[in-house]
Design a protein around this ligand. Structure first.
Ligand code: PAF
Length: 323
């Protein structure tokens, strides 16, 4: 009897040790109090609650595992289990993703969310399988805006020769080249140092990033260009995913759905309050009229010819026509 009890106790200890070993390393580029951190925390909470603590999340915020490209490569290798990333580098893994990076394509957050949550967005997610990745859901960062230290930017000519850091993203590069800037693709972990040293004049990111990273400490001018919507994605390593039971997979999917809701709520808030916050912190903020925005859109017309060729005019028009 005593022996049976002992065996049961040992079995429980062994199984909890095995369970405790199911660690989910989750890497992301921004701080725990950013839209990424909030989403990662929600993802963890739901998975933990729905799997009785079978998974332990270990967070690597603020690029703790390197740049976004390196983290995605880690997922492919199976050394990292999960990430929340921008689409900055994703078209290098799944070329179809690039269509969502086209400037002036999405009119509003609602428009973007409808496209990404609908058949076009789902179709792109499904293509990640062939890149050895599991794309669970679309998240977002908001609309990207230009910051710099050289001059106020109110018209395309103000961008002439501006050393502007872009993500390692061919769609964005084409647009800024067409607009006359001097775009410099760079991994995020190098950006703050490059701004401080003056190797680059500026960068572009959504208010969610500019506010949470406190870019106002290294940048003087902010132009509310809203030139491109910035999607994000919740990705899981395929080797990790294939080892999960159906119930575990459902918990990860449910967690991702709630994480996206939390992320979108964060973005909704910062899109309303972010510009004021940055003004209070001392940035010179330039809002653009509809005509001024139209001038920026016109300045990248030649890049659009390339987008039509790469992604198909039909698809781009279908996205524009989505409500
Ligand atoms: O600019 C970027 O590279 C991205 O927007 C960032 C800040 C890494 C968040 O994904």
């Amino acid at each position: 009897m005593l022996q049976t009890g002992l065996i049961a106790t040992i079995a429980t200890l062994v199984s909890s040790a095995v369970i405790a070993e199911t660690e989910v390393k989750i890497g992301y580029a921004l701080a725990p109090d950013s839209h990424y951190g909030v989403a990662a925390q929600k993802w963890q909470e739901v998975v933990e609650a729905q799997t009785d603590g079978k998974f332990t999340f270990r967070h690597f915020p603020s690029s703790g595992l390197g740049g976004e490209r390196e983290v995605v490569e880690g997922l492919q290798l199976g050394t990292v289990e999960a990430t929340i990333v921008s689409t900055g580098t994703l078209s290098n893994f799944v070329p179809a993703t690039g269509v969502t990076d086209i400037p002036f394509l999405f009119r509003s957050l609602d428009h973007a969310r409808n496209v990404l949550d609908g058949p076009i967005g789902k179709g792109i997610l499904s293509e990640f399988d062939s890149a050895g990745l599991v794309a669970i859901a679309w998240g977002e960062q908001g609309f990207r805006h230009i910051t710099n230290n050289r001059n106020a930017v109110e018209k395309p000519e103000d961008l002439a020769g501006l050393k502007l850091r872009t993500m390692e993203n061919p769609v964005h590069l084409a647009a800024f080249n067409a607009a006359g800037a001097a775009p410099t693709p760079m991994a995020w972990p190098e950006v703050i140092g490059a701004l401080q040293q003056g190797t680059i004049d500026g960068q572009e990111n959504p208010l969610s990033v500019i506010v949470s990273v406190k870019l106002d400490e290294v940048q003087k001018y902010l132009t509310l260009s809203g030139h491109v919507y910035s999607p994000a994605m919740l990705l899981v390593s395929k080797p990790f995913w294939e080892g999960l039971s159906d119930e575990d997979k459902t918990a990860f999917e449910n967690g991702a759905t709630e994480a996206v809701a939390a992320m979108r709520q964060y973005v909704d808030n910062v899109e309303k309050s972010g510009a004021e916050t940055l003004k209070e912190r001392g940035m010179e903020v330039n809002e653009l009229s509809t005509d001024q925005k139209a001038a920026f859109r016109a300045s990248i017309e030649s890049a659009y010819e390339g987008y039509y060729e790469t992604y198909g005019k039909d698809l781009i028009e279908k996205i524009s026509a989505t409500e």
